[in-house]
Ligand binder design. Structure first.
Ligand code: ATP
Ligand code: MG
Length: 352
């Protein structure tokens, strides 16, 4: 029997509503596959920041460094500055634990209508690999002559050879492991003339090592157009921190709702815990109503199982999602239904 110690950070807003449903599905699949979870629940959130001035305690990360994984809902709340919620919790976890891969599957399920006309399941089924530790998300920069007519604002991006190579390596290996053997890279080398050509150069150098992988390179602007007009073109798409983030809201939107999209923040070397969370945020507009879609959280739980080495248990969860959607099972408002978060979570737990 396998046993895992999981840090649970439900966070804010609908994070606190969808995480229990993720746990319900994992408990259900655990009973079938003889996997035990010890849930170490943390109150790290904007609520905590309001009370203590910190999103999480000072020694928070040391306290979970030995855990097997982190299961996160969402953090962020109106009135709490993003540099508090993002830079006080999410970004430190991703960086301290060297979760340099952000993996985001995009898939149109049977029984779900895409806002893109005539798109069928099978047309949209790809993986986004987002660089998760460096790039455009940096604290380096500042304001000169603030508040005056001569104001100048500078924001630096950092692309290291090590950082670029390791995310590209992961993406090439992932493409290699999939049937289509096709990898697309997103840059903007005509406008951003130092970092982006460097990324292109490293991409081409690595492509030479993978002669059986078909590669494409697009500028981010036309790539977003292709995501809408030709989503069937893609298999694995790799991009920087910013471009990967943009693509991974656009991709899921094409599959009906961002409420179903999962993500894995991976430390591929397994020297530190990896973190699993839905792509969506805390959704203040619908928080507290019990109507959030729990599928993104539940599917993130499947990615966690996969990472922990339980591919069959992970597949059982994904199959349950497939069946729920294909058979017209309960669905939340974002998918055109009237079911509550809990009703969808219970139905899914019954199906695993
Ligand atoms: P973040 O900056 O944390 O990514 P965001 O600004 O992208 O957050 P979200 O919180 O993801 O915003 O919400 C975007 C929209 O999608 C909102 O209208 C929200 O209600 C909706 N939404 C997000 N997640 C869900 C969900 N699980 N179920 C239903 N609707 C959702
Ligand atoms: Mg977002």
């Amino acid at each position: 029997m396998a046993e895992y110690n999981i840090a649970v950070i439900a966070g804010d807003g609908i994070g606190t509503e969808v995480v229990p449903e993720g746990i319900r599905a994992l408990e259900a699949v655990g009973r079938k596959f003889d996997i035990t979870f010890r849930w170490d629940e943390k109150d790290w959130s904007c609520e905590r920041w309001k009370k203590t001035g910190r999103m999480m305690p000072e020694d928070a990360l040391e306290g979970i460094a030995g855990h097997d994984a982190i299961f996160l809902g969402a953090v962020g709340w109106p009135g709490v500055p993003d540099h508090v919620s993002l830079w006080g919790l999410l970004i430190p976890i991703r960086r301290v634990f060297r979760q340099y891969i952000n993996l985001r599957p995009v898939r149109l399920f049977e029984g779900v209508r895409s806002p893109l006309a005539d798109r069928k399941p099978g047309d949209i089924d790809f993986m986004i690999v987002r660089e998760n530790n460096e790039g455009e998300y940096s604290e380096i920069g500042g304001r000169l002559n603030a508040g005056t007519a001569e104001e100048v604002v500078v924001q630096e991006s950092i692309f290291t050879r090590k950082g670029v190579d390791r995310v590209l390596r992961y993406a090439f290996d992932l493409a290699q492991s999939r049937g289509k053997k096709h990898l697309t890279s997103a840059t903007k080398s005509n406008g951003i003339i130092h970092t982006m050509p460097f990324w292109d150069e490293r991409f081409q150098a690595m492509a030479a090592e993978y002669p059986d992988i078909r590669t494409d390179q697009y500028h981010i602007d036309i790539l977003t157009a292709h995501f809408v007009q030709h989503p069937d073109w893609f298999d694995v798409v790799v991009g920087s921190n910013l471009f990967g983030d943009i693509l991974s809201d656009l991709g899921p939107a094409a599959t009906g709702t961002i409420g179903i999209a999962p993500s894995a923040n991976l430390n591929p070397e397994r020297e530190h815990p990896s973190m699993f969370e839905p792509v969506h945020g805390s959704a203040p507009d619908i928080a507290g109503q019990g109507i959030a879609n729990p599928i993104g959280q539940i599917w993130s739980g499947a990615m966690m199982l996969d990472h922990l080495g339980h591919a069959n248990a992970a597949r059982a969860i994904v199959t349950a999602i497939e069946r729920l959607l294909a058979d017209g099972g309960p669905r939340t408002r974002d998918m055109g239904g009237t079911a509550s978060t809990r009703e969808v979570g219970m139905a899914l737990a019954d199906l695993v």
